[in-house]
Write a protein that binds this ligand. Structure first.
Ligand SMILES: [Zn+2]
Length: 507
């Protein structure tokens, strides 16, 4: 008589042996230290040659661009190593190894921070920004604190909704996974949409229009909103002049009540030398974002791209790794997708929206293309940028995926031109999305996501018969169901799985 044990530990495999894991940690940490060493040396050299170049009459912004290009690979390497350590830390249970990995993560973060600090000093020196006046550290801290608060609020909101859901709609399958999704959605939607005006006021130093010029700008904003029959937004003057950072932005929803009411933030500085028409053109561009629902569309697209990626990753994990050997796969694939692909895909949408907002400002709101381009040029150059190139690494941030001023000018010229290139402006709200769906990379991603979804639905609805003894088959099916019930959308913390078998089964 053959008996299977009542409980069977199927696997308790480690992804790597501790020695290999420790070795890899050490190698990566040494790579971070070496990169930092190279980075500091580069900054020292840049300090010398930038002075020479300035002396020989080269434009500061060109030099700043070169410094950025030179430092980006170094910062990306150390940042990447930091991310790997953080993910590796989530895979480990409490052990000496996890202490080592987390310490390595902390040390890499400190190394990166000191390198950024040193680079910032050089940049401020080149741009003749007085660091005591600028308080760059204080501004960064405000931004960081704002994001943390947003994340916290998202988490609390998700927890409240999730508790309500479990109380009134108890479906075990949704436990855990839904909380994670909700947290993310609340964070994104909350930060970028509903509470954005409050968050931005907390994060960016600004003040109410006070001087005559500032009041004039406010009047221009009021007139532009009136013309379209919209409710008046909150108007704030960005106070980043001492950092020589100039910008204009719109956030929030037009119908929301105060303090969540739509907000327009704009820089005002005599040094910018913007004419009244140029200021109006910038305001028209921002207003276009609001009218065309660009931010809500961006938020929804961001969540959709995020969900497709998440779903695809877990389906691949279930298909090829049976959610057992998957931690390593998830640890490698998830950061690659969310750090590299997500901003790239979303960046395509942002680019299209920027171009459309320019077209709307010119063809619907009556600004002159020359004024808009002149204003964009002045803002970009005064902020230390170039009009024909983007700073290094902007593709990591979808919101910074604006086309260059030169590209925007070319688009506007295409519209006004009479040549073969001329076309009519498409000012429909759905334009950015439809254009995006015509893009090959987006189509491929969507098709792949759909194929994976269909495959997983098929394979989950029909458990594959495996050529195993009856008792083991029982284990296998139960195992599969167990996995389904416990799909944890956070990263697996366990190194192995302990599985229950069916009751003793005498043959
Ligand atoms: Zn814009």
């Amino acid at each position: 008589m053959l008996r299977t044990p009542a409980s069977l530990i199927v696997e308790s495999h480690a992804i790597f042996s501790n020695t290999i894991f420790f070795g890899l940690t050490l190698i990566l940490f040494l790579a971070a230290v070496t990169s930092a060493f190279i980075g500091f040396r580069r900054l020292k050299i840049a300090d010398i040659w930038s002075k020479n170049l300035l002396h020989n009459g080269r434009p500061v912004n060109e030099i700043l661009h070169a410094v950025g290009q030179m430092m980006f690979p170094i910062k990306a390497t150390i940042g990447g190593i930091f991310v790997v350590f953080i993910y590796a830390g989530t895979l480990l249970e409490r052990s000496l190894l996890s202490v080592i990995v987390n310490t390595a993560a902390l040390c890499s973060a400190l190394i990166l921070f000191s390198l950024l600090n040193r680079e910032q000093k050089l940049v401020q020196q080149l741009r003749t920004i007085d660091p005591k006046q600028a308080k760059a550290g204080y501004t960064s801290f405000r931004m960081f604190a704002g994001h943390m608060l947003g994340a916290l609020l998202g988490m609390v909101a998700a927890l409240v909704l999730e508790s309500l859901r479990t109380a009134y709609l108890p479906i075990p399958f949704l436990d855990g996974s839904l909380t994670k999704l909700l947290e993310f959605c609340f964070y994104v939607v909350g930060i970028q949409l509903f509470i954005a005006p409050v968050m931005l006021r907390m994060m960016l130093p600004s003040h109410k229009p006070a001087s005559t010029e500032e009041k004039q700008t406010e009047t221009v904003i009021h007139e532009a909103f009136n013309k379209l029959g919209l409710r008046q937004p909150q108007v704030r003057i960005l106070a980043l002049n001492k950092l020589k950072t100039y910008n204009a932005l719109i956030a929030g929803l037009n119908f929301a009540p105060f303090p969540f009411r739509q907000i327009v933030m704009i820089s005002q500085d005599p040094d910018l030398d913007l004419s009244a028409d140029e200021t109006r053109a910038i305001i028209h561009h921002e207003l276009a974002h609001g009218v065309l629902w660009h931010i809500p569309i961006r938020v929804i697209a961001s969540i959709a791209i995020w969900l497709v990626g998440l779903f695809a990753l877990f389906t691949v994990d279930l298909m090829f790794f049976r959610a057992e050997h998957g931690p390593l796969f998830i640890a490698v694939a998830a950061p690659i997708y969310f750090i590299l692909f997500h901003p790239r895909l979303l960046g395509l949408l942002v680019r299209e929206q920027e171009i459309q907002a320019d077209e709307f400002a010119v063809h619907r709101l009556g600004s002159k293309a020359e004024d808009l381009i002149a204003a964009l040029t002045k803002l970009t150059l005064a902020s230390g940028g170039l009009i024909d190139r983007r700073p290094a690494g902007t593709w990591l941030n979808a919101n910074a995926a604006h086309p260059t001023v030169i590209e925007r000018e070319a688009h506007l010229q295409q519209l006004s031109g009479t040549g073969a290139l001329s076309r009519k402006p498409d000012l429909r709200r759905r334009r950015a999305v439809t254009t995006l769906l015509k893009t090959q990379s987006v189509r491929t991603t969507a098709a792949l996501g759909l194929a994976l979804a269909l495959y997983s639905a098929y394979s989950l609805s029909t458990p594959t018969p495996e050529r195993l003894p009856a008792s083991t088959l029982g284990v296998s099916i139960e195992k599969r169901l167990d996995q389904l019930a416990h799909v944890d959308w956070s990263f697996p913390k366990k190194k192995g799985f302990v599985l229950r078998t069916l009751e003793d089964d005498p043959f």
